[in-house]
Every structure is written in C-alpha cells, then in structure tokens.
Design a protein around this ligand. Structure first.
Ligand SMILES: NC(=O)c1ccc[n+]([C@@H]2O[C@H](COP(=O)([O-])OP(=O)(O)OC[C@H]3O[C@@H](n4cnc5c(N)ncnc54)[C@H](OP(=O)(O)O)[C@@H]3O)[C@@H](O)[C@H]2O)c1
Length: 285
C-alpha cells in the first residue's frame, strides 16, 4: 500500500533555524547587535510553560537575546499593558509575543491592540491583520506562515487547487485561509456549525485541520493524493495527538504532517524568522 509522504516540519524548521543563525551571527559580527525577542506569559498553565521554554531555547540557539516575562495569574489587564508598554519602548526588544491563552480575566484583545505593530511577531494586531486582509506586506501569524512555508518547501501546488481549512480562529484558521487565497487556492472554511464537513474535505486537494479534536479527520474525509496538514494538538493518554487519524489517512493522502514534528516546530521557526524581519525594520508602525 502506498503511504503518504511525510511533511517533516521538524527537519524543515531545523534548516530554517540554522539558516537564520548564520545570518544573525554575521550581523552580530558586523554590528555588535542581535535581535531580541520577549515572550510574555500570564499565569502558570503547564502547556504554555513548555511552549514558552521551547521558544526561549530556540531563540537563544539562533543567537538572539531572549527574555521570558512571566506574570502571575493575579496580574490585571492594566499590569500586563504596563509591561507591554515597557517592551514597546525597549530598544533591545524587536519582537513581542503574548503567549495565548491568557487567564479568563485578562482582556487579550486589548493587550494585542497595544502591541507596537513593528514588534508584533505573531501578526495579531489590527494593523498587521489589516495588512494581511489587504495583501500588503506585514508580520504574519506564525502558525499559518509556518504551514505556508512547509507547503512551499515541499512544492505543494496551491494555485487553482481546492483547499479546505477546518477551524476559523483568529490565530490559525482565518489568517491561513487568506494566505492560501493569496497563493491562488480556492478556499472553503469549515467550523463547528458546518453540517457534513466531510462532503467538502473529500473534494479538497489540501486539507488543514486546526480544531483540537483527536480523530476528527478520518480516512473517508480525504481525497486520494491530497495534502493533509494537522495543526491540532491534544494531550491524551497516548501523548500528544493531532486532529487527523494519522495511521488511516496516511494510506490515502499524498502528503501528511505528523503530530508532533509537523506544524509545531514550523511555528517556532516562523517566530524567529518574524523577529529577524522585525529587527531589520522590515515593517513600519
Ligand atoms: N502546532 C501549533 O503550532 C499550533 C499553534 C496554534 C494552535 N494549535 C492547535 O490547533 C488547534 C486549534 O487552535 P486554535 O487556537 O485555532 O483553536 P480555537 O480558537 O479553539 O478554534 C478552534 C476552531 O475549531 C472549530 N471547531 C470546533 N469543533 C469543530 C468541529 N467538530 N468541526 C469543525 N470545526 C470545529 C471551531 O469552530 P467555531 O468557531 O464554530 O467554534 C473553531 O473555529 C488546537 O488544538 C491548538 O492547540 C497548534
């Protein structure tokens, strides 16, 4: 039985990070300056802690200055805003990421709105979202950008192809749909109110699932030869799993991302790449 080609996010991300590390080192030797990334976390969610630590490690490995700013879950929206304001003004910090989710009482939208768009390395400010919608250059959200980079490095054709995105979050589904559209794919976005989503995915050349529900995407949802991208992360007693029934779907898809080792590492690589762009002053406020 033919098996799908693995879209290896781990190796691809390692290559991107190594390429970046060379550029950063060269720049440092010339100028004595390094990019600086601050990751702001509120509370002590164990999964977020792991993500923040991984980002910290990855930025140090790439030769960046890395700051982890961890505020207690008793922090108010005002206190988080004060911290963001300090980082906005800090000349040693070029990228700021607010680790989501934040505790319930914190107004995440309000905080994101106050990020300096030049330092908004997850591309979530209204300025960068507006640029995305209008096709102007800007900082793009890391996970959708990582998916696009993976598709492009594996030469997955997008122009004229049908793509179904499952999930419509601000962080993943929506921006990804716009990026796929920018690459001339024909887009359909499926969400929790969509009846019989499999009727749509079965027609798709590219299926991206960003839901967080194990075993959602099954063999009979997939057209033979399709590229299947699994963004979902769920913690189960079998460890971390995605949204896709990987074993079954691999027997029908043309290409597939594993979980872990697919989209996750690409997200971190794009965070570093966006920080490098921001450091170079690629975008105005
Ligand atoms: N690998 C990475 O780097 C990375 C990065 C970010 C997120 N993630 C993972 O990706 C998943 C999604 O993250 P998110 O932030 O986008 O989550 P989210 O904000 O919770 O959004 C989930 C989306 O899935 C939709 N949905 C829920 N049940 C559905 C169903 N049965 N059929 C179709 N759609 C359904 C929801 O629809 P409604 O809008 O109608 O509610 C919503 O749009 C999570 O598992 C998260 O951990 C991974």
């Amino acid at each position: 039985m033919a098996m799908a080609e693995l879209l290896d996010g781990k190796t691809t991300a390692a290559n991107i990070r190594a390429e970046l590390a060379v550029k950063i080192e060269e720049h440092y030797l010339r100028t004595g300056r390094r990019p600086g990334l601050a990751v702001v976390m509120v509370g002590d969610d164990p999964a977020s802690k792991v993500y923040v630590r991984n980002k910290h490690r990855a930025s140090l490995q790439a030769g960046m200055d890395s700051r982890q700013v961890i505020l207690p879950d008793t922090a108010t929206t005002g206190q988080v805003l004060e911290m963001i304001e300090m980082l906005n003004q800090d000349p040693g910090i070029h990228g700021i990421l607010l680790q989501l989710p934040v505790p319930f009482h914190i107004d995440a939208q309000m905080i994101v709105k106050h990020l300096d768009p030049r330092k908004d390395v997850d591309g979530l400010t209204p300025t960068n979202m507006g640029r995305l919608m209008t096709g102007q250059p800007g900082l793009r959200p890391c996970t959708p950008l990582g998916i696009m980079e993976l598709l492009s490095r594996y030469h997955v054709e997008m122009a004229g192809k049908r793509a179904v995105v499952i999930g419509r979050s601000q962080l993943v589904g929506r921006p990804l749909a716009v990026l796929l559209l920018e690459h001339d794919a024909t887009i359909c976005v499926v969400h929790s109110k969509t009846p019989r989503p499999w009727e749509l995915t079965r027609e798709a050349d590219i299926v991206v699932s960003a839901v967080g529900q194990p075993q959602l995407v099954r063999l009979d949802w997939i057209k033979p030869g399709a590229a299947v991208i699994d963004v979902g992360i769920s913690r189960t007693d079998r460890g971390l799993v995605g949204d896709v029934d990987f074993e079954a779907v691999s027997t029908r898809a043309g290409m597939i991302t594993p979980v872990p080792g697919g989209v996750g590492p690409m997200t971190i690589a794009m965070l570093l790449s966006n920080t490098w762009q921001a450091f170079q002053g690629a975008f105005t406020a």
